[in-house]
Design a protein around this ligand. Structure first.
Ligand code: V47
Length: 377
């Protein structure tokens, strides 16, 4: 077993901007905004990855987590018009859909451990329909943990149905909600908010709702949508705000950097290149020294980049997913779902130890042995 100290001796850095960052990480000092930006800007992306991998190993060693899960997006009808979103449709649009309760339930099965539910901000679906969704799933599938509704949806239930967050979260919790996904954060910068998502819960509101959830014992995730019009400074500022919230509540389980899918919205002509995705993962691991799990979200990164991301500070691959629709509406270049074996292979390809988990990161199974591995030993 290689010790962290031996590993540290091996690190070779070619960009002098990374030297003080490496010192700070070894001494467990917090990185500044400028240092975060330097990680995103460096040409020594391998060096940035090694530093982030060192920081990751300190938290969870070589373990990489995944969950057998389903994403259910009950409707794409949405009152908002976020400029990055290919998923949202207006009532009457040819591609608009609404799932009946039967349809929602048909996506469930006993093998999964987590269901992730997010959808459009529907103009007329009553609040009770969302409560019934959570309750029906929880009652019929008590072993499946329900992770549902972004802060943006919780804010919308308040605006549309006058149910304040403390109340809606209490009702959802009673119905069986275990945790909240991290979506809707986008980029906290007021400039980006004004340009891309007017009318959506802003940074303060998003933070307030997550803090409320944490106080009520509901853990949540957090995200950043990157690779469109935001600057590197705005990305790192966003991470610092998340770090501050976590200092206050400790309620975030995982951070997910979401790579903007160009789709038809085309805020940028092309995707973020894989090397920049990897630096984004590294920067997240290094800035978010108080968030234990960083996801390499294979749906948006693609399977190959996500697997490499497990050597750049990420320690979670999300899950098997099923029929995810948000990224795929924006033409994500990944299969709609994966089986457990494919998750295991991606993690082993990165020379990491797969660990099956539930929604709250309880370990269910550690896959020490290398079964079905196609690599020469
Ligand atoms: O908030 C919308 C994003 C998010 C696009 O918490 C887009 O475990 C890329 O939050 N390109 C929803 N992204 C997905 C999400 C998520 C995913 C996986 C795991 C977790 C978790 C959360 O998808 C939205 C928005 O930021 N989105 N359009 C697009 N064109």
């Amino acid at each position: 077993m290689v010790s962290l100290l031996e590993l540290a001796r091996d690190i070779h850095l070619t960009d002098p901007a990374l030297f003080p960052i490496w010192d700070a990480v070894q001494e467990e000092r917090r990185l500044t905004l400028e240092q975060g930006v330097a990680v995103l800007e460096t040409d020594d992306f391998a060096g940035a990855g090694r530093i982030a991998d060192f920081a990751k190993k300190r938290v969870t060693g070589d373990k990489v987590y995944f969950v057998l899960n389903r994403h259910i997006n009950p409707t794409n009808i949405c009152v908002l018009s976020c400029k990055f979103c290919d998923f949202a449709k207006k009532p009457g649009d040819e591609e608009a859909y609404e799932m009946s309760m039967e349809e929602i339930m048909s996506h469930m099965d006993d093998d999964i451990r987590e269901v992730h539910i997010v959808g459009g901000h529907h103009p007329t679906w009553p609040f009770q329909y969302y409560v019934d969704m959570v309750r029906n799933i929880h009652e019929k599938y008590p072993n499946v943990q329900v992770k549902a509704f972004t802060a943006s949806e919780i804010d919308y239930f308040h605006r549309r149905w006058k149910v304040p967050p403390e109340e809606s979260l209490a009702i959802f919790k009673e119905a069986g909600l275990e945790s909240m996904p991290g979506g809707g954060a986008e980029v906290f910068s007021p400039r980006v908010h004004k340009a891309l998502l007017p009318g959506k819960a802003n940074a303060d509101r998003w933070a307030e709702i997550h803090k409320t959830a944490h106080r009520m014992g509901i853990n949540s995730n957090c995200t950043l949508l990157y690779g469109h019009i935001e600057t590197f400074g705005e990305r790192i500022d966003h991470l610092i705000r998340l770090r501050e919230i976590q200092d206050e509540t400790g309620g975030f389980l995982a951070f997910i950097p979401l790579e903007y899918q160009v789709g038809f919205t085309k805020l940028r002509p092309r995707h973020t290149p894989p090397m920049d995705d990897l630096k984004m993962i590294a920067a997240a691991r290094l800035m978010l020294d108080n968030i234990k799990y960083i996801k390499a979200y294979w749906v948006m990164l693609g399977e190959a980049t996500a697997s490499i991301g497990l050597n750049f500070g990420a320690n979670d691959l999300d899950g098997t997913i099923g029929k995810e629709r948000i990224a795929h509406a924006a033409l994500a270049d990944s299969p709609a779902g994966r089986a457990r074996d494919r998750m295991l292979n991606s993690i082993r390809d990165a020379r990491r130890i797969p660990v099956e988990r539930d929604a709250l990161y309880n370990e269910l199974k550690v896959y020490e042995e290398r079964v079905g591995d196609s690599h020469p030993s």
